[in-house]
Design a protein around this ligand. Structure first.
Ligand code: NDP
Length: 290
């Protein structure tokens, strides 16, 4: 028989997780602060608990939290006996909140895993969409419950340091933010052109970004070896010169360069330090990370 799950929190994400676990045949117990939201999973066979304490007391498998934020996790589990339980926190948090929550769970006699969900609700229960969850913390908990954790989306364990799932989550979302900034700038540049096909442009743009994303591997190799000239095919001196063309074109197109200018400034600083022969890895240290 399949591992039973207890799920606290039936917002958009919790509801999607509930549906996926029920569809995969796992017995499910749910609780939500606003009782009306337990109706859809209950109609599909979930048991509804009246309180978090009751839900956790009856749990023989993982207790999963999918609440708004870390403060709501503290509120919901305040005074609840967690001794001997397996707690899996899928609530978005910072790395330090996750580490603190891991200590908090250990003090209460629970095993603890923190998760960062790299998916939106429609991707849950649909493996073909590529959604997955980062996990960090108790490795044995992860291995013991791997099958149930993999039922709603992929499950990627990134280490025993409990903050690392949150850190991976935020690092990927931060990189995505930079990418969105780049896409925004690109659409602004072509904006004044009435005879330019946006739909076709978007295809070219997305394909180019996909091709360039592999640069992450080259930067990682340089950061690991410490040799920032290793494997360089486009060096910083050349890229900095090209940036002048990018900025001049932005001016011609009456486009505010504010989204791309800060990174160009970082590249310029690295060249000014005498590192024009390097790739991009040297700019990482200028932000404080290295
Ligand atoms: P929703 O806003 O849809 O749901 C929030 C849930 O938290 C509800 O169940 C709400 O209960 C509950 N809640 C909020 N505050 C409290 C509290 N003080 N005490 C008890 N329960 C509380 O959010 P989502 O379901 O979309 O997100 C849940 C988590 O998943 C978040 O941490 C989010 O960052 C993460 N996530 C969401 C993604 C998404 O695309 N939706 C993507 C990746 C991660 P009530 O119904 O009573 O209001």
């Amino acid at each position: 028989s399949k591992t039973p799950i207890t799920l606290l929190g039936l917002g958009d994400m919790g509801t999607a997780l509930a549906r996926a676990w029920l569809a995969a045949g796992h017995p499910l117990t749910v609780w939500n602060r606003t009782p009306g939201r337990t109706r859809p999973p209950a109609d599909e066979g979930a048991r509804v608990a009246a309180t978090p304490a009751e839900a956790v007391a009856s749990a023989t498998g993982p207790v999963v939290l999918c609440l708004l934020d870390d403060a709501s996790v503290g509120e919901v589990l305040d005074g609840v006996d967690l001794n001997g339980k397996d707690v899996v926190n899928l609530t978005t948090n910072t790395p330090s909140q996750a580490r603190e929550r891991a200590r908090w769970a250990a003090d209460r006699g629970a095993r603890f895993l923190d998760g960062g969900i790299m998916a939106i609700p429609p991707m849950i229960g649909r493996p073909e969409t590529g959604g997955y969850v980062f996990y960090s913390g108790d490795r044995e908990l992860f291995e013991d419950h791997r099958a149930v954790l993999e039922a709603p989306a992929g499950a990627t364990f990134v280490g025993e340091e409990p903050g690392h799932a949150a850190l991976h989550d935020v690092a990927l979302l931060s990189a995505m933010t930079g990418m969105f900034a780049g896409i925004t700038h690109a659409f602004a540049l072509v904006g004044p052109e009435k005879d330019l096909d946006r739909i076709r442009f978007a295809t070219l743009l997305a394909d180019w970004l996909g091709a360039m994303a592999g640069a992450a591997h080259g930067m990682a190799a340089q950061l690991v070896s410490g040799d920032y000239t290793e494997g360089v095919t486009s060096n910083l001196a050349m890229m900095t010169a090209a940036n002048d063309t990018l900025l001049a074109t932005a001016e011609e197109q009456a486009t505010d360069p504010r989204l791309i200018a800060p990174y160009m400034e970082l590249m310029r600083r690295r060249v000014a330090q005498g590192h024009g022969d390097e790739g991009l890895a040297g700019t990482v240290g200028l932000l404080g990370g290295a």
